[in-house]
Design a protein around this ligand. Structure first.
Ligand SMILES: [Zn+2]
Length: 194
């Protein structure tokens, strides 16, 4: 109800006394399309989608810039890119974005049934709902896709960050700032060499 009320407010183009959106909501709406592929039952896809949404909205800065989620389904063909880590799972960007056409989505997260792995960058993320990291892995991949964040695997110990390990339930301060900037602009950061 709250979200619906906010959308009405945004659509009306009015400004509130004191300016800005109510309850600290981001001024710019950020839509993420969750595109299900390979699901036998829509209920199972919706349950996985809601787990992603809950995990994401519990993680700063997504908790503040709460995305608007839209659901779609498509027959995509997930594949493991040659020469990349075995857990990596990707899809062709064109069909994935085509599935989200008309939704106004800034980012597409493909939710794959029954497969493991994930990948993300340049506005497109992929996650297998059977991946052991799920749904934290989805938040990690959205870090790549929305903020252009890099993996923080290996190297010297750094601040706790979900880009370092999906066992961490938060982004580090630096990643939060980059993500917040992208969410506030309503634009995904392009990651070269995805
Ligand atoms: Zn980080």
């Amino acid at each position: 109800m709250y979200r619906f009320a906010w959308l009405l407010w945004a659509a009306s183009g009015c400004t509130l006394a004191g300016g800005g959106p109510p309850m600290g909501r981001a001024a710019t709406e950020y839509r993420i399309a969750l595109v299900g592929t390979g699901w036998a039952a829509p209920e199972a896809f919706l349950e996985a989608a809601r787990r992603v949404e809950a995990a994401c909205e519990a993680t700063a800065p997504f908790d503040h810039y709460r995305p608007v989620w839209v659901h779609r389904s498509a027959e995509l063909r997930p594949f493991r890119p040659a020469g990349r880590p075995s857990r990596m799972l990707d899809v062709e960007a064109g069909p994935a974005w085509a599935a989200a056409e008309g939704t106004g989505a800034r980012c597409v997260l493909v939710l794959v049934a029954g497969r493991t792995g994930g990948a993300g960058g340049a506005g497109l993320a992929v996650i297998g709902a059977m991946d052991p990291s799920f749904p934290a892995g989805a938040v990690h991949e959205l870090g790549h896709a929305v903020g252009g964040l890099q993996d923080e695997y290996g190297g010297p110990p750094g601040p706790a960050c979900i880009m370092r390990s999906t066992r961490e339930a938060r982004f580090c301060q630096a990643c939060r700032q980059v993500l917040a900037g992208a969410l506030a602009r309503g634009a995904a950061v392009t990651l070269e060499g995805r």
